[in-house]
Design a protein around this ligand. Sequence first.
Ligand code: URA
Ligand code: SF4
Length: 227
Amino acid sequence: MPSKTPRNRKSASAFLPKVKTLPALQKAAGDCQGCDLYRRATQTVFGEGSPRAALLFVGEQPGDMEDRAGHPFVGPAGNLLHKALNEAKIPRQEVYVTNAVKHFKWEPLGKKRKHKRPSPSEVAACQPWLVAEISAVSPVIVVCLGVIAAESVLGRAVRLIDEGGKFHQSEFGPLAFVTIHPSLVLRQPEKKDREAQYARLLHDFKEIRKKLLTLRIEGARKPATTD
Ligand code: URA
Ligand code: SF4
């Protein structure tokens, strides 16, 4: 397949504001037409949370409920995410949540709207919003929930089996951690598998919390530098 030239490659970049504060980004993202996904979605679902969060969580894309509500992680996957954050003792003020893709991609299934995986070109088109959010929040750790998030943050192909549960250096600054998407827990038909996947998510969140505490202690111990 011939690679697309930058001229016809879809991208949100032309829609980004000059001054990239979170409120300005959120407002501008509301009008994004950087790829075709805005056409069938209700609205842009931008990231939310503490603007100074130490942990920035990246999901895949808004789901059906997020699309209607206009807020990220307010449906079943969001409930599970917040349950695991609480159990891992990660306070809300440490957290900002967003998605690799800001519009809901779906296909009709009877009367329902069935989630569809975003294509690599849609993930790439939406990446400028994510880069700008990461830069505005400036978190200590970017937590990638699932492969789509991990590939956008790390800027390369990712295999969860090899790279999940580990820290990685991200392309644009902060340390990244790759874990599963909470919907993987919900998708397991068997209770024992749901429990096992949830335990994995919780274990990873506890590792993240530990790392954050360690980094803060190390940061506090660092000798003061002079400019
Ligand atoms: N799943 C996601 O990846 N993001 C959301 O906001 C909700 C569900
Ligand atoms: Fe823009 Fe992203 Fe929505 Fe595509 S998915 S229209 S790039 S905000």
